[in-house]
Design a protein around this ligand. Structure first.
Ligand SMILES: [Zn+2]
Length: 131
């Protein structure tokens, strides 16, 4: 189990990087509005859009996640089945498309965790009002 207070907890559970209580996304990963985020954390009031186009930098994180996915699929297929190159390409594309909602949400969550750290005083506070 991943302990609350670590960045990995915030990333795996899609929680606010500062309080680890508020949800970063409004709906589930495979729903219609899977990328829709609230403006602020429902628990501590942290703005999820600290500046315009904040999540543009998340595309670099997404690129790294896609490379990790391609590598994992390639190694798994190579070790288990040793398929042809066409089968590898098709499997990789299918895996990338199927995991796209997860990859995009993870990239945003990892990116916002670069800029904020866990602060226990916001975790234990009840609904801190912020402008
Ligand atoms: Zn919060």
């Amino acid at each position: 189990m991943i302990a609350k207070g670590t960045k990995l907890y915030s990333i795996i559970h899609y929680k606010c990087p500062r309080c680890h209580n508020g949800d970063l996304f409004l709906s589930a990963a495979y729903s219609k509005n899977f990328m829709k985020m609230p403006d602020r954390c429902s628990h501590c009031g942290l703005s999820y859009q600290p500046e315009p186009s904040f999540y543009t930098g998340a595309m670099y994180v997404s690129y790294a996640l896609q490379v990790a996915l391609f590598t994992t699929v390639y190694v798994a297929l190579r070790v288990l089945f040793n398929p042809s190159m066409v089968a590898y390409i098709i499997t990789t594309i299918v895996a990338a498309v199927l995991l796209l909602p997860v990859t995009l949400r993870l990239s945003r969550t990892i990116y916002i965790n670069f800029f904020y750290r866990y602060r226990p005083e916001f975790d234990h506070a009840d609904k801190i009002e912020q402008p």
